[in-house]
Each structure stands twice: as structure tokens, then as C-alpha cells.
Design a protein around this ligand. Structure first.
Ligand SMILES: O=C(O)CCC(=O)C(=O)O
Ligand SMILES: [Fe+2]
Length: 321
């Protein structure tokens, strides 16, 4: 049976880690406590749920309403959201539709995005909402990456590493599957099982569930939507940077029921020209170097080829020795 269609296991829950403590600053005892939980969760699952109270009820509502307005625009208008990078602009297939904003933590870049869609005068309130939301999630991404690098003793590289990446914010809409095809599993597939190719992904689902994550022993865990929590997940580029110390989990979206689903993703991504290679500190007799150094865009282009798409692990097919 195609592993896409093994039913999800309901009895598991991903680890939940609280990032809302005001005293969560590098060097504090709270920081070390949370850092240990992050490492354990990422070693076990490649992801965890983060409780993050900076996502207020009002901010969630504004993002949700912004997505409703954006996706209601005519398709030719949404198609003006273009990018030179693969998978970064407007995408639409089967139940899935999404818009992408590079550097959404920079207000002018979000203004450029809304200006593309509303050429007369952009959309100030939608720009500000997406910008604020992205900024908040960037804070979480930075904390998690700092914790990971400290955990593996490579904190010397933190500044260099953080300067080598940028952020993409993706807004996603999934329509409900046609009900006359109820027993055809393929029609419920919102997003096929995949690993993310970037560094860290932070996903948030709005009320309607559908996201599932695969465990190391091939069980699917359903991620429950929650107002103030998000899913933090390792991508292939981070796996490569850490010489395979953490893995990027397979995940997918399965749509059931009659509701339209909205979700958002913040993706930290290596900048063009940056070479992904593990530091010497992570290579020794017990941990020989697994991957050849590579550039992210080359990896993405490989993923677009037939060989990349059919590989069990595109990362291994592309970069393993
Ligand atoms: O919509 C979701 O929750 C998942 C999206 C996702 O996995 C992706 O964009 O890579
Ligand atoms: Fe993904």
C-alpha cells in the first residue's frame, strides 16, 4: 500500500514546548531547559509543537481574514505573484493553492507583494498584518536555531549561519474534497508526503486540521490546530548542515470534511550562493561526512527533475557521498 494512505494514528501526540516565558533568554536556566526539550523532540520526531503566545487571537484573526481576501482575488491577479525561484510564487494544483512572499519580515517587501495584486494603492492593512505575523515567527525561528547550534557545540557559527539565510512566508488554502469520491483517497490529498528542503519551517493551521507528520516507525500523527501553537520542523538543508544529526520528517495534508482549510508557513532558506556544508566539529570517526557541499538552488532544481521527484530522499539522492 502507498504509504500516503496508511491511516493516521490518533493515539500519538507530538511534544509540546512552551516558548512563551518572558525569561527565555540565551544563558538563562529556562533557556537551557527548553533547549534540552527542543533537542530531544527534534532527535525523536524532527519537529515539535511550540506554544507561542505572541500569536494573539487578534493577529490570528487578521491573518485569516487577509488570506480570505487574497484568495478571493481572480486567478490572473494571483498569478501576478511570481518569483524567479522555484516554488516561491503563486501555486495551484488540485485542492491546494498558495501565495509566497520573500522577505515578508521586511515591510517594503510585503508592500511590493500587495502592490502586485492591487496595483492602484496596494493594501496597507494586509501588508502590515503579514509583516507583523512574519516578524513574530522569525523570533521563534531564531530562538530554535540558536538552541540547535548550541546543542551541537557549533554556536561559534551562529552569526555566520543566521546571515546566510532569509525568510519566505507562504499563505495556503485547501478546498474540501469533492464528496462524491469519498472512498478515493487520492482526492483527499491536499499535499503529498514530502520533506521540506529548507532550514526550519514553522507551520500554523487555522481551525481546520489536515496536517500529518510521519514518525520514524512510519506512523502518521495528526497535528491538531491550536490558536497559539505552531509546528516547528527540520528541513533537509538543516539536516545536511548538521551532518545528519537531525532528520527532516515526512509530512502531508489530508483533507476531510467540508471546510476550506487555511494554513501559513514561515520558511528559513539558505541565500543564493551560500554553500551548505557541515562544520568540522560535526565530523569525526563515528560521524563521517554524509553529504557533499551544495548550493540550495541546485538542490531545488534537482528536486524538480524526475530523479528528484521519485527519490525516497531527494537530499540523499542529490548530495550523499
Ligand atoms: O499546509 C500545511 O499545513 C503544510 C504545508 C507544507 O507542508 C509546505 O508548504 O511545505
Ligand atoms: Fe512541507
Amino acid at each position: 500500500m502507498d504509504s500516503d494512505f496508511v491511516p493516521p494514528s490518533v493515539s500519538f501526540q507530538l511534544p509540546v514546548i512552551d516558548f512563551s516565558d518572558q525569561n527565555l533568554k540565551p544563558g538563562s536556566s529556562k533557556w537551557d531547559e527548553v533547549k534540552a526539550d527542543v533537542l530531544k523532540a527534534l532527535e525523536d520526531y524532527g519537529c515539535f509543537e511550540a506554544f507561542f503566545d505572541k500569536l494573539s487571537v487578534e493577529l490570528n484573526r487578521s491573518v485569516f481574514e487577509a488570506m480570505e481576501d487574497l484568495f478571493e482575488l481572480p486567478i490572473p491577479t494571483k498569478q501576478r505573484n511570481v518569483s524567479s525561484k522555484p516554488f516561491h510564487g503563486y501555486l495551484c494544483h488540485n485542492l491546494y493553492e498558495s501565495l509566497g512572499i520573500d522577505d515578508a519580515n521586511v515591510l517594503e517587501k510585503v508592500n511590493d507583494f500587495t502592490q502586485q495584486l492591487w496595483p492602484d494603492h496596494g493594501n496597507k492593512s494586509i501588508s502590515e498584518t503579514i509583516h507583523l505575523f512574519s516578524e513574530q515567527l522569525v523570533e521563534l525561528d531564531l530562538m530554535v536555531r540558536r538552541m540547535i547550534m548550541e546543542s551541537f557545540g557549533i554556536e561559534n557559527y551562529i552569526d555566520e549561519h543566521l546571515n546566510s539565510t532569509y525568510y519566505l512566508t507562504r499563505l495556503m488554502k485547501y478546498t474540501s474534497p469533492p464528496d462524491d469520491d469519498d472512498d478515493d483517497e487520492e482526492t483527499k490529498l491536499g499535499l503529498r508526503s514530502h520533506t521540506d528542503k529548507n532550514i526550519i519551517t514553522i507551520l500554523h493551521q487555522y481551525q481546520v486540521d489536515g496536517l500529518e507528520v510521519k514518525t520514524k516507525d512510519d506512523k502518521w500523527i495528526k497535528v491538531k490546530p491550536s490558536q497559539d501553537s505552531v509546528l516547528v520542523m527540520v528541513g533537509d538543508s538543516l539536516c545536511a548542515l548538521l551532518n545528519g544529526r537531525l532528520h527532516s520528517p515526512y509530512h502531508r495534508v489530508i483533507m476531510t470534511g467540508k471546510k476550506t482549510r487555511y494554513s501559513t508557513g514561515l520558511f528559513s532558506i539558505p541565500k543564493t550562493g551560500v554553500i551548505i556544508d557541515s562544520p568540522e566539529e560535526l565530523v569525526d570517526k563515528e560521524h563521517p561526512r554524509i553529504f557533499k557541499p551544495f548550493e540550495y538552488t541546485d538542490f531545488l532544481h534537482f528536486f524538480q527533475t524526475e530523479a528528484g521527484r521519485i527519490a525516497q530522499s531527494a537530499l540523499h539522492a542529490f548530495a550523499a557521498f
